[in-house]
Ligand binder design. Structure first.
Ligand code: FAD
Ligand code: SIN
Length: 530
């Protein structure tokens, strides 16, 4: 079986569906997802989307906050473009039916770390779910959009996959594993848009969903595209500490609405706030600062967690603003209106990724990318809270616009060879995949985490080299499965992260190393060239 379409979109989150809806009036689009359509990070987003919507706030202030968080590595031109398009993006989401919270006649704006003003529009504490529902509903209704869940992209199709082999680096679609038929199919299109999300699952503890294995980054890299700033892995300060539920986020908006970080009872300073010792913005300092401060206190005092306390606020207010968190934690025996929440930092967002320009173009003709899979210049060395969904919408629209405008210049699709399975057999050692996956996630957490050293990074590098070789052999000999496809990508992105971290001989934004504790005078991206 094969799918032939005008535009192929890999990923059905905010970036992919936005691109699809913006192309569908003029082009036939197929959107694939490797599992259920709503299983990406978009559905899990809690806090909201940042946009300048209130008198007293300004584009300049939003630009400035984004650049301060980004520690000098943002591309100002990109930041300005995204910030200026934010109010329009919110309006279009409302037209699609996203029920953003209101306060009288105006949108209710909440606050998050690093923002100098209230500017986060939200749907209580489950903003992403509402956005995903609205986009999915609109896409499902559109006759030009074909939604294909359960289709796992393996590799991009370039000239070397054509029946008449060529060295053209242009991309014409991809091979993908169909979970239903358990066969590999050819999917072709004049343009391909990667919207595959991040690579958080390279770490043992992450707020990201199971599918965040960096597939798009690895595929683009293998197809010859530059990847940059992969060392900037964002750790969210407040993930619930719970032995059963390991990746539940407690939104930054809890701190925005007055939540305080405290040491737990039984240690020196127990029950007291500690953030004022670390930053004048205290709990509302940018994420890297808060996450490092928590990590420091946990290690200094030998703690399992610290406390996030919002119980001093009115109970009705807490229940109204954070209904999902309230319910979820009540089910675990924690009443957040009366007691503090145990929290730890966890990997949360991939700031680096496939290099794209303002139109979402990658280095390969015919290949575009949008959303968390990219490094667009917006986030720099650390993403400002709630700028990610915004990036998905703005770049999803920009990529769609460019594909439509440039249609006649996009590469023609050649005849593509079918997937060759003649030299492989079914694996009799599936356990190797789970074991290797676990190994990578553990050493990435321990050696490439919030605080780094060159020695630990070198250790990670040696392990990756060995595992990469093993995975390569495994991939060459056995029939592909979704787990093997993801493992192959995970080891690739782990390698990109460690190589980038070793290349950065300074501390900047999310990359903090004890061996080079200061920032260099000049800020430069880490660009890896295949
Ligand atoms: P995703 O929404 O992650 O979608 C990825 C898609 O790609 C999925 O459909 C997946 O199936 C598909 N895919 C991946 N690999 C393959 C493959 N090999 N083959 C086929 N399909 C594939 N940001 C904010 O701005 N505000 C917030 O409040 C916020 N809260 C967050 C809370 C949590 C818990 C998390 C984890 C993130 C949060 N973020 C937030 C970040 C934000 O949600 C994500 O960055 C954003 O949703 C990413 O959207 P995306 O479209 O790029 O990818
Ligand atoms: C949160 O709600 O704390 C997450 C916001 C974000 O990741 O931008």
């Amino acid at each position: 079986m094969s799918i032939e379409t005008d535009v192929l979109i890999v990923g059905s989150g905010a970036a992919g569906l936005t691109a699809a809806l913006n192309l569908a009036e003029t082009h036939k689009v197929a959107v694939i997802a490797k599992g259920a359509l709503g299983a990406g990070a978009t559905s899990w987003a809690q806090g909201g989307i940042a946009a300048v919507l209130e008198e007293g706030d300004s584009f300049e202030a939003h630009v400035n906050d984004t650049m301060v968080a980004g520690a000098g590595l943002n591309d100002r031109h990109v930041v300005e473009r995204v910030v200026e398009r934010a109010p329009g993006a919110i309006a279009r989401l409302m037209e699609l039916g996203v029920p953003f919270a209101t306060d009288g006649n105006a949108l209710h704006l909440t606050r998050e770390g690093g923002h100098s003003h209230r500017r986060i529009v939200h749907v209580a504490d489950a903003t992403g779910y509402a956005i995903q529902q609205a986009l999915e509903t609109a896409a499902a209704k559109h006759p030009n959009i074909r939604l294909v869940p359960g289709m796992v992209a393996i590799d991009l199709l370039t000239g070397r996959h054509a029946t008449s082999f060529s060295t053209s680096g242009a991309v014409h679609g991809l091979y993908a594993y169909n979970r239903q038929s358990k066969r590999v199919e050819r999917l072709t299109g004049r343009a391909t848009i990667l919207a595959t999300g991040g690579a958080g699952r390279a770490y043992l503890y992450s707020t990201a969903p199971r599918g965040a294995t960096g597939d798009g980054i690895a595929m683009a890299w293998r197809a010859g595209c530059r990847v940059s700033n992969m060392e900037f892995m964002q750790f969210h300060p407040t993930c619930l500490y719970n032995l059963q539920l390991k990746n539940f986020l407690i939104t930054e908006a809890v701190r925005g609405e007055g939540g305080q970080l405290k040491l737990p009872p039984g240690v020196e300073g127990g029950g007291k706030r500690f953030m004022p010792r670390f930053d004048k913005a205290a709990e509302l300092a940018p994420r890297d600062i808060v996450a490092r401060a928590i990590d420091h206190e946990i290690k200094r005092l030998g703690l399992d967690y610290v406390h996030l306390d919002i119980s001093h606020r009115d109970a009705d207010f807490v229940r109204a603003h954070f209904p999902n968190i309230y319910d979820k934690l009540l089910g675990l025996g924690i009443d957040i209106t009366r007691e503090p929440i145990p929290v730890v930092p966890a990997q949360h967002y991939t700031c680096g990724g496939v290099v794209v320009d303002l139109d979402g173009r990658t280095d390969a003709p015919g290949l575009y990318a949008a959303g968390e899979v990219t490094e667009s210049g917006l986030h720099g060395a650390n993403r400002l809270a709630s700028n990610s969904l915004l990036e998905c919408v703005v770049f999803g629209e920009a990529a769609a616009r460019h594909v439509a405008a440039d249609w006649s210049h996009l590469p023609d699709v050649p005849q593509v060879r079918p997937w060759d399975e003649s030299r492989v057999t079914d694996s009799d050692e599936e356990v190797v995949i789970a074991q290797t996956w676990g190994e990578i996630r553990r050493f990435m957490w321990n050696y490439v985490g919030i605080v780094r050293t060159t020695k630990r990074l070198e250790r990670a590098k040696h392990r990756i080299a060995m595992l990469r070789q093993e995975v390569r052999e495994y991939y060459a000999h056995f029939r592909v499965t979704p787990d093997l496809i993801e493992l192959r990508n995970l080891v690739e992105v782990a390698d990109l992260i460690v190589r980038s971290a070793l290349a950065r001989q300074e501390s900047r934004g999310l990359h903090y190393t004890l061996d080079y504790p200061d920032a260099l005078p000049e800020a430069n991206d880490t660009v890896l060239i295949p």
